[in-house]
Design a protein around this ligand. Structure first.
Ligand SMILES: O=c1ccn([C@@H]2O[C@H](COP(=O)(O)O)[C@@H](O)[C@H]2O)c(=O)[nH]1
Length: 231
């Protein structure tokens, strides 16, 4: 099992609320994820505040643009010293290759670079609505293969796709899985979900968990319970 598989998704509109939670957490127990909401509100200073507290940070901005723009954005993320960042695989091979190339100057200090396949909030029906007439399961495999060919480090997918992707693409290709829901917790807008222990057993390397922790009455207890369910 990956050490520290839990990535806590910090989706807050209030920086103090986020810092109050972070200050209760142990960097040896989890890593943190900042996405579009918090980065738009609080920018690179938030990344610095999190790094000062000793946490690895996944900067989840899901870049999706022309290759030149994405390459520059990924290099900007590397300048912030983040542990991991991402692009959308549907941006295509040229875009992913440009992003990967932009990290070359950073050598061993480069963040891990991964690509989003099909958002875990999307069902087969949702894919049909945007003109993709194959099940999510199949489209994820296609995008994950392209991601591996572009020599990225892994993909964001649902844990439901993890076992097939591991056998198809190998153990070293990292699987980062949102849509994680402990038994009894609200699914919300997620469609392709799994519980934390099931996700790890299926082959997920990292579990992205937001609301089941951040919206719990006692977030620290919720995180500890999930952590305990994985040992
Ligand atoms: O396919 C994806 C890609 C990213 N996410 C992000 O993960 C968290 C999940 O939060 P929950 O509250 O546990 O649902 C959130 O920040 C998303 O932006 C995803 O859910 N699915």
């Amino acid at each position: 099992m990956t050490t520290k598989p839990i990535l806590v998704a910090l989706d807050y509109d209030n920086k103090n609320h986020a810092l109050q939670l972070i200050d209760q957490l142990d960097p040896n127990m989890c890593r943190l994820k900042v996405g579009k909401e918090m980065f738009t509100l609080f920018g690179p200073q938030l990344v610095k505040d999190i790094h000062e507290r000793g946490f690895d940070l996944f900067l989840d901005l899901k870049f999706h643009d022309i290759p030149n723009t994405v390459a520059k954005a990924v290099a900007a993320a590397a300048e912030l010293g983040v542990w991991m960042t991402n692009v959308h695989a549907s941006g295509g091979p040229a875009m992913m290759e440009a992003a990967k190339k932009a990290l070359q100057p950073y050598g061993k200090e480069a963040p891990m670079l991964i690509a989003v396949t099909v958002l875990t909030s999307m069902s087969d029906e949702d894919l049909k609505l945007i003109g993709i007439d194959v099940p999510a399961f199949e489209h994820v495999q296609r995008l994950a293969k392209l991601t591996k060919q572009a020599e990225l480090d892994g993909v964001v997918c649902s844990a439901q796709e993890a076992s097939v992707l591991k056998s198809l693409l190998g153990q070293d290709f990292k699987l980062i899985t949102p849509g994680i829901r402990p038994v009894g917790s609200d699914v919300g807008d997620q469609h392709r979900v799994m519980t934390p222990p099931e996700a790890l057993a299926a082959g997920a390397d990292y579990l992205v968990i937001g609301r089941p922790i951040t919206k719990a009455t006692d977030p620290l207890t919720a995180l500890q319970a999930i952590h305990q369910s994985l040992v």
